[in-house]
Structure formats: structure tokens, C-alpha cells
Design a protein around this ligand. Sequence first.
Ligand SMILES: Nc1ncnc2c1ncn2[C@@H]1O[C@H](COP(=O)(O)OP(=O)(O)O)[C@@H](O)[C@H]1O
Ligand SMILES: [Mg+2]
Length: 277
Amino acid sequence: MAAVNAELRFEHVSFSYGTVPALRDVSFSLAPGERAALLGRNGAGKSTVLRLVTGLVHPAEGTVSVGDWDTRGRAPESLARRVGSVFQHADQQLFARSLRDDVAFGPRALGLAAAEIARRVDTALAALELTAHAAEHPYDLPPAFRKLAALAGALALEPAVLVLDEPTAGLDRPLRARVARALADSAAAGVVVLVATHDLAFAAEVLERSLVLDRGRVAWDAPLAALLTSSERLAPLGLAPPAGAALSAALDLPGRPVRERDVAHALARVAAARGPV
Ligand SMILES: Nc1ncnc2c1ncn2[C@@H]1O[C@H](COP(=O)(O)OP(=O)(O)O)[C@@H](O)[C@H]1O
Ligand SMILES: [Mg+2]
């Protein structure tokens, strides 16, 4: 799906809002196809990381790059050729007369040909199962659908990097599953997926790596499953494990799976191995 594949790289990045420090010496890189959760308490710096990726702000020190592009020399409109984003309250930022027009806004701004715009919009709407709503006015749809529409708009850019801030807030289980599928498909196509979230159950289903920020610093960068099955690591962050991961850790299931389906399979295998009671 991605027009290009590119690595996302933070090298010794620091950033302050005036005198308020937000990030200090943050370094990490995400390879094409990696899916990472950006975690941490409120104020830890998650949204600031995402703003840096989109070029809304630039580092005071250090470098943020997307493939061979340094974000510093680029405005968000230019970075949009490689970076798709959905920020919080995205459902309030739709403005076109139809869902289809809203999703087409980004590809149009890239100056693509009409047929290519149509192809991308169709693909993005289908990825989120919104095709049937394409002609509707965004504000005739429930806010949760508008959130999916904002994500469709980001997918239609066919970015190398997709950054999302709390994409599942306000979504019910079926809609969260749509988002999960769309992100998995994007990653499979080589897109870097970085999601700031408090929704660990969602993260467990879709994301594989975890970056935890603590007061602007990277406090943990490792597989998400290792974090979710360690209450010693989660508790200081003010986080509780999702049910599946908690069960996996409590029963010490082989491989400590965290996805619901994997936990169910592991439980079934353990039960079968024990034989009838
Ligand atoms: N627009 C802003 N102006 C001033 N300070 C800000 C602004 N946005 C965030 N901050 C501060 O920067 C730090 C990191 O915030 P943020 O990146 O929003 O964290 P998170 O998304 O993890 O809650 C916090 O101390 C926050 O108060
Ligand atoms: Mg935030």
C-alpha cells in the first residue's frame, strides 16, 4: 500500500514548549512494517512525539527523520507525502460535504491525478468498511464513524509512516476491530505504525513493540508482550494489563501470549495436555 517504505528515526531528540520540557534525549527507530505502541502517563510526551513526526513541531536538539527526509526542513504539507496522522478530536475536523470528499482531501492536496485519488479513496473507505457511507455528510454520522473517516483520510495518503493518537477512544468493539485490521494490513504492506494509546487491550491485539515514555524520556523499548505480562513493569506506569495478558502471566502460559485468540489457544492446549478432570 505504501508508496515508499521508510524507517522512522529519532536521534537524541529534545523538545520544550517555551520553558516546559516535553522530551529529553529521545532515540528510537522503527523499521518498515513495525507496529509500536507509544505508552506513558498523561504528560509523558506521547503527543509531542507524534507532532514531531508530522512536522507540526521540530526538535530543539537532535533529528527526526522519515527515510532520507529530515523533518526539520519540511512543513507538515510536505511531510504528508510520507506521514499520515490522526490526532485526538479528529472527528471534529471533517469539513467536506461527503465522507468521500473528506477522505479525498489529503490525496487531492498531494496533487494526484483524479483516477489515482479515486482509487486511493475507494481503497481506504473499503479498509474501514465505510464504503456504504461514502455519500453521507460526515456530521450525519456518529462521532465514532467520523473517527474512522479521519483514519481513512490518513490511509488514503498511502504514507510510509502512520501515527495515531488514541485511535480507539470512543469506539466500540466492532469498530475497534476495523481499526485493528486496517493497521495490521498497513503494517503488512510495510507501513511504520506508531500508536499513542491507553487502550492496552487494543494494543495487545495489534501492536508488537512498546515504547514507554516517562517524563519525556524513553523508559522502556521492548516487545509489548513482555511489558503486558509483567505487573512489576506495568504498575509503576499506572497501567493494568488487559485480561488476556493477565491470565497468560498468572498461569504462566507457554510463550506468554497476549492476543485474545492466542491466549485462548494456549489455554485449550494446556487443558488438553492435562486430560479430562
Ligand atoms: N501546547 C503546549 N503548550 C505547553 N506545554 C505543552 C503543550 N502541549 C504539551 N505540553 C506539555 O508537554 C509535556 C508533554 O505533553 P504531551 O506530549 O501532550 O504528553 P502526553 O501526550 O503523553 O499526555 C507535558 O508537560 C505537557 O503539559
Ligand atoms: Mg497526548
